[in-house]
Design a protein around this ligand. Structure first.
Ligand code: SF4
Length: 334
């Protein structure tokens, strides 16, 4: 389904300029932007992925990952093909880098998604995820409105590479974000993702200022972004700008897409975990078989408040997100 897109301007004869993300693609007639799903059709910007679900399934909220947002619940998760980054190590490249190939897509409009979500009585809401939700902005926006009108929760799992205006317009409709912080140097972003760091940091500041729930993910790629000085600089920035209670997920990388760098070792993940714990209260390790960084431990009294075994979760917190032992506030549960 081809739908008119938001956020663009005419930019000379036969050209339009997309204003959705910091690439600001200038797109000629019948051509696509860098995300390969937004197109200049007769000088109108259209989105090729409205209603094109490549992934639509109920997942544990922990899988997003969101560990401090309604732990132990299920959430309907939606994604379409396309991404506005081109990470050579992409862990989900089949979906993100497939462009306009619609094979295997399920055609499903926002109202149908809401109906599907209600088929699971314990479903929390919707997570826009799997690929990059920014590039299916209009589909996400319309779906989020319906979910909010029906009293359900909405989450965006994103690379954070979005312009300020579209993000500010979206924020009232999104309850929780998980944003990838792929490294803390612009050179990494430029070389390995074909984007830049500053707009991502700007998005994080906006989300925090608007007081939305925010968790961060850091995928550790051996030799590329695991430099200790840079990692420590990133931790200081997170702690200063977002607070030491900001949740950080340190995630294991596997060789995928164009990368044949070996997978991250458990030792490296644990080393980074120990360093991160010096700056932040809640640090977790994802996609790993060890025991560190799985449970939520009260930062005040050190008691286990959520235990996790893969996606099996036992929650001991009080209903308002306080430690069941000492009463310390760990998360919002509203
Ligand atoms: S959303 Fe797509 S078309 Fe628009 S600026 Fe970003 S990459 Fe280019």
């Amino acid at each position: 389904m081809v739908e008119p897109a938001k956020y663009y301007e005419n930019s000379g004869p036969g050209k339009i300029r997309c204003l959705l993300c910091p690439h600001f693609c200038t797109i000629k007639k019948d051509d696509y932007g860098k995300c390969r799903v937004r197109k200049n059709e007769k000088d109108v910007l259209v989105t090729d992925v409205y209603g094109q679900a490549k992934g639509l399934s109920f997942d544990p909220i922990e899988k997003k990952p969101l560990y401090h947002f309604f732990p132990g619940t299920q959430i309907l998760s939606l994604g379409t093909p396309g991404c506005n980054m081109q990470c050579f190590f992409c862990q989900n490249w089949n979906m993100s880098q497939s462009g306009i190939d619609k094979s295997g897509n399920k055609q499903v409009l926002p109202a149908e998604i809401l109906t599907i979500s209600k088929s699971e009585p314990k479903n929390l809401g919707i997570a826009f995820t799997y690929s990059e939700p920014t590039i299916f902005y209009e589909y996400m926006y319309d779906t989020a409105i319906l979910f909010k009108e029906n009293g359900l929760k909405t989450c965006m799992i994103s690379n954070g590479f979005i312009n300020e205006k579209p993000l500010l317009d979206l924020i009232p409709l999104i309850d929780a974000f998980n944003i990838d912080l792929k490294a803390f140097t612009n050179s990494f972003y430029k070389k390995y993702t074909k984007s830049s760091l500053k707009p991502v940091l700007n998005s994080l500041e906006i989300i925090r200022t608007k007081k939305r729930h925010l968790e961060l993910s850091f995928l550790v790629i051996p030799g590329l972004n695991d430099n200790m000085d840079s990692f420590k600089e990133m931790l200081c920035w997170i702690s200063d700008k977002s607070g030491k209670e900001t949740v950080l997920h340190i995630s294991r990388y596997f060789p995928k897409y164009k990368s044949n760098i070996p997978a991250t070792s458990n030792q490296k993940l644990e080393e980074l975990f120990d360093i991160a714990k010096e700056k932040l209260d809640y640090v977790y390790i994802g996609n790993y078989s060890g025991e560190k960084g799985q449970n939520t431990i009260c930062s005040n009294c050190n008691s286990i408040q959520i235990s996790r075994n893969y996606y099996n979760t036992m929650v001991y917190l009080s209903v308002d997100g306080k430690c069941s032992k000492c009463g310390y506030k760990i998360m919002n549960m509203m």
